[in-house]
Every structure is written in C-alpha cells, then in structure tokens.
Design a protein around this ligand. Sequence first.
Ligand code: AHG
Ligand code: MN
Ligand code: MN
Length: 340
Amino acid sequence: MDGTGWKDFETLESYIAKEQSLHPQSRGVFSNLLRRIGLASKIILSKAQRAGLAGVLGSFGRENIQGEQQQKLDVLANEVLKDTFRWMDSVAGMASEEEENMIQLPPRASGENRYLVLFDPLDGSSNIDANVSVGTIFSIHRMLSSDGSARLEDFLQVGTKQVAAGYVIYGSSTMFVYTTGNGVHGFTLDPMIGEYVLSHENIRIPDVCKCFSANDSNYHIWDEPTKRFADIVRYSRSGRYAKTTSRYIGSMVADLHRNLLYGGVFMYPADTATGKGKLRLLYEASPMAFIFEQAGGAASDGSRRILDIEPTGLHQRVPLIIGNKEEVELYERLKRGESA
Ligand code: AHG
Ligand code: MN
Ligand code: MN
C-alpha cells in the first residue's frame, strides 16, 4: 500500500505460475489444467447468476445415473466442464457425477495426455431454485498407464494418489480453493477484473468445534454410535462442545467451506437400512478429504481414512465424517465400541 489505496495482489494465474516455477522440469501442462478449471467456473457462475432470467432454473426432467433428479444447471455445468477438458492435450479422460460412464479422450500425438479429471459439476443443486450457495468439486489424477488411453482402473485410484483437488463455491462471493499437496489456498473472484485473487493463503482449520453439520432428520436411521456422537457434540454444554452450534445448508461445498474456516465437523453417515452413505467417493468425499487433511483436519468413513479407500466403482457412495481431527477420531472410537 503506498497511500493511494493500491495494493499489489496475487492472482490464481500468477500463484499457479509461481508454484510451477518451483519445479523447473515442469512444462506447465498441469498448471494450465488448473487455470482452465478457473475459467470453466467463471462460465458456470455466469450461467448460475442469470439462471432466473435465462430460464435455466428447475428440473431438467431426467434422472442421473444415481437416480437423482437432474437440474438444468447440473446439465449445463456438466457440459461446460466437458467442453473445457475435451480439447486439452493434457487430459486423457473425465468422469462426472452426471455421466454414467467414464469419458475417454483419444490419445494425442503430443503424448501429453497424462491427467484425468473427475468432477461434481454442481454440488447442492437441489438448492439452486432458492438461491442458496452451490459449488463445483474437482479431483485430478495422473494416468497409471503411459499409452494415453484412459481405462477404468486409471479412474479407480486411491485418494492419496490425487495430484490436486479443489472446489469453487458460488456464494455471496465466489471462491476457488485448491490443494496440490502443498497446503490449501483460497482465491476470491474480483468481479471488477474477472480474476481470482489470493485471499486465503495456507488455510488451516481452527482447532475448535464451532459447527456441527448433519441432516438431523436422518437421526432415526443412524446407528447407535452415530447418534451418541451427535448427542455429545450437540448437547454437551461444557468443555470443547460448550459453544458448538448446528449449521446445515445442504450444499456440501458450502457446509464444508464454512467448517474449514470456522472449525467443526460435517457428517453424512450410513443409513442403517442400506448400510450405505449418500456422498460419492470420487467426486465429493475424496477431493474434500484431500483438502481437509492438507488444512490439518481429517476425513473418515467411520473406520477407514477416506483417502485410503480403494474405489470399486465410479459412482461408489461412502459414509463420510470430515472436519477437525479430534471429532473424526472421537467418531471412530465410538464406532469401534470404545468409550468417548
Ligand atoms: P449434489 O447436489 O451434487 O447431488 O450433492 C448433494 C449432496 C451434498 O451437496 C449435500 O451435502 C447432500 O447432498 C445433502 O443431502 P440431504 O438433502 O439428504 O441432506
Ligand atoms: Mn454433490
Ligand atoms: Mn452434483
């Protein structure tokens, strides 16, 4: 600041370039991929912001592979992302929550198609019509094979193998938050210049359990350890939980973004009737687990670290508990039948 109000700033572009310059052998392929996700998110934002005017609110009238109603904006965001990656030499394939099958891109002569992108194009889409925050989640893996042809096993890699993960939250401001395994960094979109500007460098989750986030109407289908956990965190009016408050938006990106900044725990446990969780391992749980671990937190399915789970299918669902380490460990202890 020089008295004029001017303050130099770092954009997503310059930050990525700087990170890349730490790896002199890098040819910038991966950085370009991250930049393009930033661009895609601005296109999605432009559609979402005019949704009520442009007639793109409401249901698309079709179900996705998971049997969920697709919203028009789900389909639109999915198309934007597919078109973003389709022509990139660095991308060998994609997988999306809104697509039944993986999308294989033809091997390129350049031999540079080394990456796979997996995404939840629009998270929290059932909230769109009410103008509630939604998001985009992405996860990037390197191909296992070197011949440039993406196979199912390339997509079904454990979360620890992610080379990057992130989300964009379309809220009262728009933020791009990502990690490449070197901390978690957040950028806020400055609408006046159309750029993401570094606003939250090296985010660390505060070690306080300020927020408890779960869909409480599912209490009756939770198992006993899960009910006990919820009761401890919500109702102990002393010690660590004296000031814990319940906060649940119903958009995972928004719930987790808030908890990442304030401290807390989010859970979407298994339904005792089906034994299954709701959230998808590859598009939701795994990228968010990478981010939370990088920010000092933890993520588990109740007995296993999310990032260690070997995926068995593209659309696999897992129970998820994610947030501060202390709460995730408490939940795992209760699930093992140990005392709190
Ligand atoms: P999506 O909109 O991508 O299908 O994800 C919805 C998810 C997630 O955003 C949220 O945490 C959860 O569903 C909410 O589910 P409930 O409505 O069952 O609470
Ligand atoms: Mn989602
Ligand atoms: Mn979605």
